[in-house]
Design a protein around this ligand. Sequence first.
Ligand SMILES: O=C(CO)COP(=O)(O)O
Length: 281
Amino acid sequence: MTECSSADHSGTPEILYIGVSTKMYMGYRDCLDWLARIQHEVDSRPALAAGRVVPFVIPSFPVLPAASGVISGSPLLLGAQNCGWADGPWTGEVSPSLLAELGVSVVEIGHAERRRHFGEDNTMIARKVRAADDAGITPLLCVGEETRNEKSGTGASGAAAFVHQQIDEAVGGDWALASRLMIAYEPVWAIGATEPADAGYVAAVVRSLRTLLAAHSHGAGDALGDPPVIYGGSAKPGLLPALDGVSGLFLGRFAHDSANFGKVLDEALSMTALQEALRGT
Ligand SMILES: O=C(CO)COP(=O)(O)O
C-alpha cells in the first residue's frame, strides 16, 4: 500500500488512513451495532468518496462475514486482527486466503498484544507478512519501542532505528515487500494509556523512520514507494492535526464512541482539503 508521495508543502501525506480495531472488547451483536454507527459516520461524509481519506475497521474474526455485507459498496475497508501463514494443519489459525474470500483487504500483523501475550516473534511475523501479501491482503505491520524514552536526546531517532529493524526483520530484507505494507507505529507504552504519545515525538520518530526507509527506495533506483506510516496508542480526536507528516491514525478504545471516529474523519478531510488548497489543485 504505497503513498503517492511522502508529503507536500503542508506536510500532509497524499492519503490519510483512519482505522480502528475493536480488539476483543465487543460481543457479536454489540460489534455489529457499533459497525452500523461507524458506517453512518462514513456515509454522512460524501467527501470520503474522493479516496484521500481511507477509513477501515478491524473487528474480531467471527464478525467478518456479516461486516463484509454491512460495509459493501462503501469506502470503508475491512481488516482482520491476525492471520496464520499457511493453509493446512494449523488448528485454530485463520489463513489469509480465507480472509481474502471474506473481503478482508488489510490484516494486522505483530500487534504488541500478540507479541507480548502470544509469543509472536519476528520469524512468525515475517511468515505472516509474506502470506498476507501473497493472498493480496495489505499487511498492517505493527511496530514500536517498548519503553518510554521520548525525553532523552536520542529518543526519537533511537525509536525509529528500533522500528526500522522490526520492519527489516518482518520483510526479511525485501524492501519491495516493505513498500506494499502499511506500518502502524504504536509505541508499546502508549497503548491502553490515558493519553497518546507526545505529538512532536511521534512526528519526529516518523520523520526519522521515513529517512531510513527512503534509503532503501533510493537503493532500488526510486522504483519503490514508501509505505504509509500511521500512529496508534490512545489516539483520539485532536491528535491527527498535530502529527505533521504522519499518514493517519490507528484508533482503539477512543473510537468505541463512533462520534469520535467521525471527528477524526473530519480532521483528516480538513487536512487533505487544506493541502489541496495550498497546492491549488
Ligand atoms: O493498540 C491500539 C490499536 O491497535 C491502540 O489501542 P488504544 O487506542 O485503545 O490504546
